[in-house]
Write a protein of this length. Structure first.
Length: 213
């Protein structure tokens, strides 16, 4: 059995091929979830980080974002609400949002007071200090969090694909019935896509850190 035959078949890399369409849908879905979840999490984290009495909430959000297994959350969501695509996307969006919110709130609370005081000494307004000093310092850890969560989102979407969602999970599911070369192709593309998202957001985090250093 030629495991690489399906992956390197030129017919599977035309614009209308199911493999290329599944890869594009999987990548676009992951990107949309990360961007939307990241922005919502950043806003929620800023809200929690701005209030002194929200420390218990920040701890809870941080634990939910890092301690809840992805597959467990998906299973609970499917059992309660059914196996629809909106339910699966909502579960992943919630997990991304909580992960980013927890990191954002912690970093805002751990900000260097000297940096804040220097901004005040320069006559910056509260909004100018927040968006000009504090948010740029928060971005590197947020982007590193998205790098970690992004790789997990790629895998979780594949699991969702096995129960009906579009993407590479459907390719793998079909491959179990039609031949393992298709399973191999889907698995290799999943690994590559996960690394692509991880390295992209990790690189953005590194660049953001260099900029504020």
């Amino acid at each position: 059995m030629n495991l690489t035959g399906y992956l390197f078949d030129a017919a599977n890399w035309t614009w209308s091929s199911p493999l290329l369409i599944a890869l594009a849908v999987h990548a676009l879905s992951t990107l949309v979830l990360l961007v939307v979840g990241g922005l919502l999490g950043l806003g929620l984290g800023c809200l929690f980080g701005a209030f002194r009495g929200s420390r218990p909430v920040v701890r809870l959000v941080s634990w939910l974002g890092t301690g809840v297994p992805v597959l467990g959350l998906l299973a609970v969501g499917v059992i309660i609400f059914g196996a629809g695509l909106p339910v699966l996307a909502g579960c992943l969006l919630l997990l991304i949002m909580l992960s980013v919110a927890g990191v954002t709130a912690r970093e805002l609370r751990a900000g260097d007071p000297a940096v804040i005081e220097s901004g005040r000494a320069m006559g910056l307004s509260r909004a100018g200090l927040f968006f000009g000093y504090r948010i740029p310092l928060v971005l590197p850890p947020v982007l590193r969090t998205l790098a970690r969560v992004g790789a997990g989102t790629v895998t979780a979407l594949a699991v969702a694909g096995m129960i009906g969602a579009p993407g590479l999970g459907g390719v793998i599911k079909t491959g179990f019935d039609s031949g393992y070369p298709q399973v191999f192709a889907g698995a290799v593309l999943l690994i590559g896509l996960g690394w692509l998202f991880y390295l992209t957001f990790a690189g953005l985090g590194w660049a953001a850190r260099r900029r504020v250093a």
